[in-house]
Write a protein that binds this ligand. Structure first.
Ligand code: FES
Length: 223
């Protein structure tokens, strides 16, 4: 049953205030033998708390939690995602079985989409069962919801079943940390009180550098 009190409130130039007892855990991306991102592995689960504050500036010494550093560094957390116009105009790739909506600006660089020729080519070849299945696997592992598949026969969107939770993403093979993966449709509300579109998968910026705050735009991988 859904807990309807779960919410993530963006605070102005400060942390994400998570309320309603949202489970919090750390998950690592595991690679296959060829180095492709392949699966998720839970490496830590925090004790359940009714409310907690997650660092949004990237400078806390107690990550993933806020330790107040954002005030000392005068973090500018201005939200720039606006009314999310990119959700209205994804690139569309069609195969005979699947249709892929690609919201490129939401890419969190988890890189599950690159295996076996990449999800774009797999979608075009989705008349082949193996290609179809791999495309679905790749889309369902995309944490940010950049990649969303639709079954062209049924017209239904193909979404993974995700426990309502926040996951701190780690990619040890590449030495990358972040972003925060919000799963299962936990609502995110701007500092101005405006609710963002509720989606099954979104990633929130945890490094403070995204140009699409509060969402991740992959800036954490830029050196
Ligand atoms: S948002 Fe508070 S320390 Fe980063």
């Amino acid at each position: 049953m859904k807990n309807d009190t779960m919410k993530i409130q963006v605070s102005r130039n400060g942390p994400y205030i998570v309320t309603g007892g949202v489970p919090l855990m750390v998950m690592e991306i595991s690679n296959d033998d060829e180095g492709y991102c392949r699966s998720w592995r839970k490496v830590q689960e925090y004790p359940l708390q009714e409310q907690y504050a997650l660092c949004r500036c990237g400078h806390s010494k107690n990550k993933p939690f806020c330790d107040g550093t954002h005030a000392k560094i005068r973090f500018d957390g201005t939200e720039t995602a606006g009314d999310e116009p990119y959700l209205q105009s994804p690139a569309i790739i069609r195969g005979s079985e699947l249709e892929l909506a690609d919201y490129e600006g939401l890419c969190a660089h988890a890189r599950f989409c690159l295996r076996a020729g990449g999800i774009w080519d797999l979608t075009r070849r989705s008349d082949i069962p193996d290609a179809r299945d791999t495309a679905i696997d790749e889309a369902c592992n995309c944490p940010s919801g950049r990649l969303v598949l639709r079954d062209r026969k049924t017209g239904e969107t193909i979404e993974p079943v995700l426990e309502r939770s926040v996951v701190v993403i780690e990619n040890p093979a590449r030495g990358e940390h972040g972003p925060l993966w919000v799963r299962g449709g936990v609502p995110v509300v701007s500092a101005d009180g405006k609710p963002y579109t509720v989606r099954n998968r979104v990633t929130l910026c945890g490094c403070g550098r995204s140009r699409n705050k509060p969402f991740c735009d992959g800036s954490h991988v830029e050196k």
